[in-house]
Write a protein that binds this ligand. Sequence first.
Ligand code: XIL
Length: 423
Amino acid sequence: MLRIVVFFFIILATGIGNDTFAIASGERDGKMTCSGGGSTCRFCAQSGPGDHHSCMGSQATRSCEHCMALMKAPNSQLSLRTIARARDLQIGTAVAAKPMMNDALYNVTLAREFGILTPKDAMKFGAVHQCRYHYDFSEADAIVAPAEANGSQVRGHTLVWEPVSSISEQLPFDRLPFWLTAQGWKRDELISVLREHIRTVVGRYRGRIAAWDVVNEAIDEDGSLKKNIWMRHIGPGYIELAFRWAHEADPDAKLFYNDYNAEGQGGKSDAVYALVRDLVRRGVPIHGVGMQLHVSLDSYPDPGAVAVNIRRLSALGLEVHITEMDVRIDGLPTEEKLSRQAGIYRGMLAACLSAPGCKAFVIWGFTDRYSWIPEYFSGADSALIFDRSYRPKLAYKSLKDELSTSDARKTPEKVPCELCGRK
Ligand code: XIL
């Protein structure tokens, strides 16, 4: 019952389904017309080459005039997702099933601001495959279905990973299931376990997931492959196998390698680059690299170096997504700290916008009300762009300013591509 109430609240609050005025066909980027009055502001954005336009974004407004005024003042009340689409960028967030089922304000903000959602934990091995012969997709379904209803894309996260530091033995997604880790495996046995897992999970959402983080955090700080369970029993070939199985299970999903501390320059970034270049050269179906970007006020990569790294990955024919950004703050979030935080968010978004291969900018949650930071980083918090009461923080405003005022992507840039044209 509660779910139904929350759902209808979202419909009302976002204006979805309230199709009271239409868009003139062939309309140009960023323009809209109102016909018949009403309270939902919808408009067109160019979604492909040539004259193909489609309807994107919707926002509750008082009247047609109000809607027109919003379009003319892009920095005022338009949402992040709406402004970003006109820049060929998806703005997204990680989400959890529980607040989606229980917290109306969470849903309203989510639906308004973010066009691509990553289940924070609900698709992890421990969440869907806790028992060897049984899968539980209830939490994952509770995210995918409302995302689709709201016209949002989903980033699947993640198929092959061994979480390293577990804070709690109780959290199933924090660790691989006991049945998997508590016994030794012959290579062929573990290959068939992983193949079945990937086929089942990817197959269930075939055609509904825009991008999958197929392999997560496989590289160590020194650039070597981590000695995780897959490496120990299958060997380095597990990475290629995972991409091939995922591609078989959903040929339309874009497949990503995702990691942290590999965003700017350095040995680990070079190792990620070398890994994915090798996969591309050998024809393995990989389509992108995810840069996590969990950073703090005192430690974050140089945005210029991030842009250079994005460009060299794009030159392989790969997309880049910023996948898990947050900027944690130690101690009390003073004005000064929040302002530095806003600058870091803005700098990374600018880096992404400056490189045409960067197609998504995803934050690891959006409200400090539900954030993984205090649990995992002692003394730190306030890492996200809305506060606990869903009030936008300076960081939110800085992202919006950057999206509205950046000169990047106004004219399409040709990406030099070493390895394009491959299948
Ligand atoms: C974190 C989640 O946010 C927590 O809820 C969970 O307890 C542990 O995992 N890199 C990743 C994410 O790829 O899956 C992690 O998410 C954060 C670090």
